[in-house]
Design a protein around this ligand. Sequence first.
Ligand SMILES: O=C(O)C(=O)C[C@]1(C(=O)O)C=C[C@@H](O)C=C1
Length: 262
Amino acid sequence: NRNIRMAKGKADGNEMTLETVRDSLIRQEDTIIFSLVERAKYPINSPTYHESYASIPGFSGPLIDFFVKETEALQAKAGKYQNPEERPFFPDHLPSSLVPPYEYPLILHPAANSINVNKKIWDMYFNKLLPMLAAPGDDGNYASTASSDLFCLQAISRRIHYGNFVAEVKFKDAPKDYEPAIRAQDREALMKLLTFEAVEKMVVERVEKKTMTFAQEVKLNSSSGDNTNYKVIPSVVAQLYQDWIMPLTKLVEVEYLLRRLD
Ligand SMILES: O=C(O)C(=O)C[C@]1(C(=O)O)C=C[C@@H](O)C=C1
């Protein structure tokens, strides 16, 4: 039964609506917050990011780059980037999928394939978010640290590139509203059309509340409300959404719409 098979919030081309894509964004909040809680288990572990730490034969760059490139190559062979929701961080020289193709429903305009804002996500994650997330220090767990980082990066990237689907349903719901701005290649007008300030406010409040729940220390002999020792600071996640995740989702939406009539 396909209804059972499909995860909540996912839908095929006929069923995808603004409500179902928003449901998916809401579910993805859980994944993002849990991934941040896992990364916060480790201190910064800065050798992970310094070229001088490891001299890996046949590779030049920090351990994090090595880890992400090698993992993405394996995931590519296992078919990960066949999924229109996924974008690699190192798209150059990725090996081809070795598994039989799955017929993902054709929902997006093919222009979506060329939209990849992972460079911006990478810079934001390592330069802005990570220093707020991880405590100073070094416990030597560099491989696990890199693995946690990649999990966060992929969860955030999937959410932001989901903007393609959000833009598609918005366009389909009101082509007459969007077409003039697309023809004029007017970014500002598109941004205005796709922005819902009240929704953004709810997103920020909800992720802060979810973080208070997911990142709390659960004790048997106290109620959850009296806990203040969060594994991830709830306002940091609120800021992550406010300053980076939603603006980059909107950037993806604009980029997609600009090409929607090509
Ligand atoms: O829900 C939408 O309409 C979206 O486009 C997603 C999103 C978001 O990133 O959460 C982005 C823009 C809107 O202003 C509201 C929310």
